[in-house]
Structures are given as structure tokens and as C-alpha cells.
Design a binder for this molecule. Structure first.
Ligand SMILES: [Zn+2]
Length: 79
């Protein structure tokens, strides 16, 4: 009997960040937060989530920022 198991990517959620300047090119409203996750699967049935990651990507300079580099706390404190 052959067992199929391993990891699969979960669905990706994208959220446009408004009123935020890109830390690199300083263009406003170009950043989108992209949330990705990885799941452990057994016969392609997702059993549990292994990890999730949030990155921010700029549509102007195409630069990606990791959560450590880019904190969403800054968005809240902006007027
Ligand atoms: Zn940018």
C-alpha cells in the first residue's frame, strides 16, 4: 500500500493596504498584504496547518517585504 502525504499550499489571501507608503519607492497605495499558508495533507486531504506567512508586495517597484520588515502596526498609527 502506498501512502500519499506531504505538504500543500493553502489558499492565498490578498488585501490591498490603503494609505500606506511603500518603504522602498515611497509610492502611496501600492502595497498589498499577501497571506499564504502551508498544510500537511494525507491523501490530499488537509489535516493541519503547518505555517502561515504574511508578506507585503508593492505593485509599483515589485518589491516584497516580509512581516518582520513591514509591520501592520504602522498602518494603524498613520493618521
Ligand atoms: Zn514600492
Amino acid at each position: 500500500m502506498i501512502f500519499f502525504f506531504g505538504t500543500r499550499p493553502g489558499k492565498t489571501e490578498t488585501k490591498q493596504l490603503e494609505g500606506v507608503l511603500c518603504p522602498f519607492c515611497e509610492q502611496p497605495n501600492t502595497l498589498a498584504a499577501i497571506k499564504t499558508s502551508n498544510w500537511f495533507h494525507f491523501f490530499w486531504i488537509k489535516v493541519f496547518r503547518i505555517s502561515s506567512n504574511t508578506i507585503a508586495e508593492c505593485s509599483h517597484c515589485k518589491r516584497g517585504f516580509y512581516e518582520e520588515e513591514f509591520s501592520t502596526d504602522k498602518i494603524v498609527s498613520e493618521p
